[in-house]
Design a protein around this ligand. Structure first.
Ligand SMILES: Cc1cc2nc3c(=O)[nH]c(=O)nc-3n(C[C@H](O)[C@H](O)[C@H](O)COP(=O)(O)OP(=O)(O)OC[C@H]3O[C@@H](n4cnc5c(N)ncnc54)[C@H](O)[C@@H]3O)c2cc1C
Length: 414
């Protein structure tokens, strides 16, 4: 039997929870949230540290507390949730195939769909570290799950490669659990994670951060016995003669996150190499009409508050699409990266709503900058621009009405 719904949401992390609540608040009545795990909340369940919701709720929540707040909001609506339900296929005409022990093989036809599947971690094969293949190499998120949910310590003498936020958070967490974190090694000349995490997770615990360094070999037969660290030059090539052997039993990788885009590909959604997620408009619509996206499946955001914000937009507009209330003109312009911009979200403007732009600088500028949005002539001042801290800029719809070609965003020193 094919089930028919107004809005189906895939994934119940902060993006999916917020999208579901807003789809219901936006007028959709048959809203179905599909989640493969046995509980709602997504990755937040294993993020037991604080720092969530500072912007959105002006509260310093842990991940589970933040998720609970979103779940409480959801419970006030009539959204139906199917847990333990894995979505296995998605077509461009919005038919979902899913499997669940309770409901069996499901086929769901939705008037609109919100993709909220989150992101996955890059692993050793993604970055190709040479050496043996012993036990003791984990991604930082897997180690986070072991420690915070399963109650296992992944090792005692730990090296962390990459200074992404999850790695920084795990440096502190493992130290608190009694492990020795020897150091965090980062190939770039600037950190990957937020400044607040460098201070609170490394500096406060005397854990050194070595920039412009990488792991060039892993040693050990059954278990990791050590890693060789090398300095890298400006082209990120290891410098011969700079090798140093560091004895350790565990290597954690915190070397980036990638949108979970298998279902997006199956639905024929256009992806962009810049974010590795779907090409998206300001109302979170993908290139396939009626399929919307939000949170880290769209682009990897720095803050959960931004994830929830995109979830609210996706849910609201998915509900409007389902009711037939979205404009059909489909006029849109590209938003393109200009000087010193590595990444932009969204990448298209469709003249439906205000434009909230998330921008990542290509290179750090440690002095005042202006974000220029051409052809509007808008110049927005910011005290600095760093690749590890997204800039967010809001441009009202009224200002964009006359744009005919593309919108070009640049970051320039003042
Ligand atoms: C391993 C890991 C650890 C992280 N730790 C932190 C941290 O400590 N602090 C932090 O700020 N950020 C952390 N992040 C970043 C985190 O992704 C965001 O902060 C936030 O949780 C993103 O929200 P989301 O709703 O987009 O995705 P998620 O929270 O990842 O939620 C996605 C949900 O979709 C479900 N799903 C995926 N595919 C399917 C499918 N086919 N069928 C059904 N359900 C599906 C998943 O089970 C999951 O519940 C981590 C990310 C990862 C990958």
């Amino acid at each position: 039997m094919v089930r028919e719904v107004d809005v189906a949401i895939i994934g119940s992390g902060p993006a999916g929870l917020t999208a579901a609540t807003h789809a219901y608040k936006g007028g959709a009545r048959k809203v179905l949230l599909l989640e493969r795990e046995e509980e709602l909340g997504g990755i937040l369940k294993q993020c037991i540290h604080n720092g969530f919701g500072l912007e959105q709720f002006k509260q310093d929540y842990t991940g589970p507390e933040y998720a609970e707040r979103l779940i409480t909001e959801l419970e006030k609506t009539g959204v139906q949730c199917f847990l333990n339900t894995l979505v296995t296929d998605l077509s461009s005409d919005r038919v979902i195939a899913a499997l669940s022990p309770e409901h069996g093989a499901l086929e769901i036809k939705a008037k609109s769909i919100v993709l909220a599947m989150g992101c996955r971690e890059r692993t050793r094969p993604n970055i190709g570290i040479p050496g043996t293949r012993p036990a003791g190499i984990f991604t930082a998120g897997v180690a986070q799950r072991f420690v915070n949910i399963d109650g296992y310590l992944p090792g005692k003498k730990i090296v962390i490669l990459g200074s992404g936020d999850i790695g920084l958070i795990m440096a502190r967490r493992l130290t608190l659990e009694g492990a020795r974190v020897i150091g965090v090694y980062e190939i770039m000349s600037y950190p990957g994670g937020l400044k607040r995490n460098i201070v609170q997770c490394l500096n406060d615990f005397d854990i050194p951060l070595h920039l412009s360094h990488t792991v060039t070999e892993i040693r050990g037969k059954e278990r990791v016995e050590g890693v060789v660290i090398s300095r890298v030059d400006a082209k990120l090539h290891p410098v011969p003669g700079s090798e140093e052997l560091i004895e350790c039993d565990t290597l954690l990788l915190s070397v980036g996150l990638i949108p979970e885009n298998e279902l997006s590909k199956k639905a024929g959604v256009e992806l962009t190499t810049a974010t590795k997620g779907p090409v998206t408009t300001e109302i979170m619509e993908t290139s396939v009409p009626g399929i919307f996206t939000c949170g880290n499946v769209s682009t990897v955001f720095d803050l959960v508050d931004y994830v929830a914000q995109t979830g609210a937009a996706a849910g609201t507009f998915a509900a409007r699409y389902a009711s037939g209330g979205l404009g059909t003109s489909k006029q849109s312009v590209d938003i393109v990266a200009g000087e010193n911009v590595r990444l932009l979200f969204p990448q298209r403007y469709g003249f439906e709503d205000d434009l909230v732009l998330f921008i990542r600088a290509a290179e750090p500028v440690e002095k005042p900058v202006t974000v220029e949005v051409a052809p509007l002539g808008s110049k927005i001042n910011r005290p600095y621009a760093r690749p590890n801290e997204m800039l967010r800029v809001k441009i009202p719809k009224g200002k964009l009405a006359e744009v005919k070609q593309s919108i070009r965003v640049s970051i320039r020193e003042k």
